[in-house]
Design a binder for this molecule. Sequence first.
Ligand SMILES: Cc1cc2nc3c(=O)[nH]c(=O)nc-3n(C[C@H](O)[C@H](O)[C@H](O)COP(=O)(O)OP(=O)(O)OC[C@H]3O[C@@H](n4cnc5c(N)ncnc54)[C@H](O)[C@@H]3O)c2cc1C
Length: 395
Amino acid sequence: MQDWDVIVVGAGAAGLMCAIEAGKRGRKVLVVDHAKKLCEKIRISGGGRCNFTNIHTTASDFISNNKHFCKSALARYTPYDFLDLMAKYQIKHHEKTLGQLFCDNSAQEIIDMLLAECRDAKVSIKNPVSIKGVHPLPEKTGMPNFSLESSEGTLTTHSLVIATGGLSIPKIGATDFGHQIAKQFDIPVTPIRPALVPLTLNEDDKAFCKTLSGISQDCIASVKKQSFRENLLFTHRGLSGPAILQISSYLEPGKSLCIDLLPGQNIEDELTNEQNKKKSLTNVLAPFLSKRFAQEWVDRKSQNRTPADLGSNKLKAIADGIHKWVITPSGDEGYAKAEVTLGGVDTKDLSSATMESKTCPGLFFIGEVVDVTGHLGGFNFQWAWASGHAAGHAV
Ligand SMILES: Cc1cc2nc3c(=O)[nH]c(=O)nc-3n(C[C@H](O)[C@H](O)[C@H](O)COP(=O)(O)OP(=O)(O)OC[C@H]3O[C@@H](n4cnc5c(N)ncnc54)[C@H](O)[C@@H]3O)c2cc1C
């Protein structure tokens, strides 16, 4: 039997940050993970360069049943705090776009930094370790609160931190362990689904997208009042690219999204312009949409005639189709391709200052397992660092 002050289950971004902070406070910390290789998600993130934070992070970059929940942790551990840590290790980085910070070299530098910080804080890390059961212990002052049946034998701890992330990319070790533990302790879990995920289409739309596969187009993708102006990417399975990943987090299954394929322009003016009336529709649209896109779009929507052949109603309909392309996806590419899991452990049960359960003292949930989901662009790691930091100061 091994007794610990803190056991963290999950050696990902949030778990390691929590362990570092708790270790620095002199707590005896054990981190366990069932994966053979640690921090795989950090390693593959941002195309191997890890978009580790976003300098413009605010609470409005997160989706949660309680939009205020993340504020306290984000305020106490900001992107600049993480940058200070990176500076200590001289890890070079750059801003790609929209405040998104990436490593210049490799995500491995961040993993090495976190593991070095764990060593300095005397944190023990064991993997692969599987947890077969978690049991609450009778309340006795000074005695551990939980015992864990593990492949390493029985482990007991005063604070138990669940940092097992979401369900995306099961092949690198994602499980619903955190949600199951919440349920075991009667802590509610909000409905979960894949988010930041490519969308799949019905056969007709899919065939159309397939012909455009590889084309990327600036657009505004909208669902109700939420919209994102970024690139859309046509793929042979459907729609992807940053604009689509972002809006996927807001799109309820079976509902439609609206795409403006020419934001900030008025294509109806071009279509009705005297100078263009004898040109083919493809040639009028091509300067704005790329020749291949214009060709396919025109072929699909109408025969390739000249604006002069079409009445003003028809031209308006063509313009509307470009500025307000309404599409109803058949689904999404699921957890195998999703960057994150929307929903999770209900924040109603958690303290926003410490991430500790209000109904089960000593039990903490941090990172993606919680019902706090960031937009694309480094926000999910910032939440992992900030919530891990908050719990690390409380355990
Ligand atoms: C392909 C991809 C790219 C991404 N790129 C970015 C990006 O550039 N920027 C960004 O901000 N976000 C990105 N994300 C999202 C980001 O990686 C996650 O939100 C973040 O890693 C969550 O941190 P976490 O510590 O909560 O969980 P994770 O990092 O997922 O860590 C969870 C850990 O728990 C372990 N675990 C799971 N189940 C068990 C169990 N039953 N027993 C023991 N251990 C268990 C896992 O092995 C894992 O090590 C990306 C996600 C993916 C899938």
